[in-house]
Design a protein around this ligand. Sequence first.
Ligand code: PAD
Ligand code: ZN
Length: 365
Amino acid sequence: MKAAVFYEHNAPLSVEDIQIDAPKRTEVLVKIAASGVCHSDLSVMNGSIPFPPPPAVLGHEGAGVVEEVGADVTAVKPGDHVILSWRPSCSRCGYCVTGRPQLCQTGNLELFQGYLPDGTSRLHKGDTEIRHFTGVSSFAEYAVVPDSGVVKIRSDVPFEAAALVGCGVMTGVGAAINTAKVEPGTSVVVIGCGGVGLNTVQGAVLAGAEKIIAVDLNTAKLELATQFGATHRVNPQDGDPVDQVLSLTDGLGADYAFEVIGRSDTAVQAYNSIRPGGTAVVVGVAKPDDMLTIPTVSLLQEKTLKGSIYGSARPSVDMPRLLDLYVQGKLKLDELVSRRIGLEDINAAFDWMERGEVARSVIMY
Ligand code: PAD
Ligand code: ZN
């Protein structure tokens, strides 16, 4: 099959033929139909997100059709349309049974090592083993994934829309609705309005926020954020972004702020943008050595600073719901797709992302 292989940091991916093995008993072979290109893929390529030595096939925002299932798989069958989840979970541990599968630790070590939960890979080129990424690896025509990493979906939605739900939409909308539980009539700040942040904006709209302040250095992204429901725009190039937010929120700050870039300075901006009793949520993935500093005493204002992984997703519940909202016209997915490309154009997609030209590029297989 064709795949875009990550061989070296800070170098283009190589589109070439590799081999994929059959699924084991609890695994599923999926024919990928669409894959979004997320900033987290770029962060692995440039070393900002640590990953074991390549080669590996990246891509974690995919959707497709089940081709083959292992002997013990009951959740899906060949022909089912699925979204791939990059947080497979065990459904038995304390986190899973209390509704927080995004924190399930089962198979985590293996996934971080670039393997499937059983600690092995199904990808290789001749004798050379190739690592998986988050148990998804959607920058390839096919993927073998754990059965807890597929979510069966309705078959009447376009694959590119479904693929985006697999990371950016779930992460962004979920941060607002699941993690922060934004309440109707409140004020929300979203710092960073790219493929994920735009979804936090529309998550805040769905939750009924009254004031949604979009913060981005890129005026085109601020324009998009307005289309997604932001009521105010702040460009840090026009002055200190926190001062601008405070002047839009009675001098006190917003009820909620989201950092959706992956930097400590903007995470501190998010924290400083909330009012006493407010909640700041870090969604962006910062480098491991990027530390943030806040005045300890400010926490006595009952401010909350927390993180959000995968929008605190319960994939099998939340992803079909998001697609239902899309079909009802309440969730914008088509508008997120800036460019549809072939796998061979994948390196251009990272250039466009770095230049801020796209919300999302989507590879169509
Ligand atoms: P993106 O590149 O599409 O968007 C980033 C946006 O931030 C762009 O619009 C930039 O213009 C803007 N920006 C950059 N620097 C600044 C700044 N200093 N001030 C204001 N705006 C700025 O990325 P994305 O939306 O695909 O991903 C965003 C982050 O979310 C990234 O760190 C990614 O790794 C992370 C992520 N987290 C999870 C999770 O589970 N927490 C999941 C998926 C992605
Ligand atoms: Zn992602």
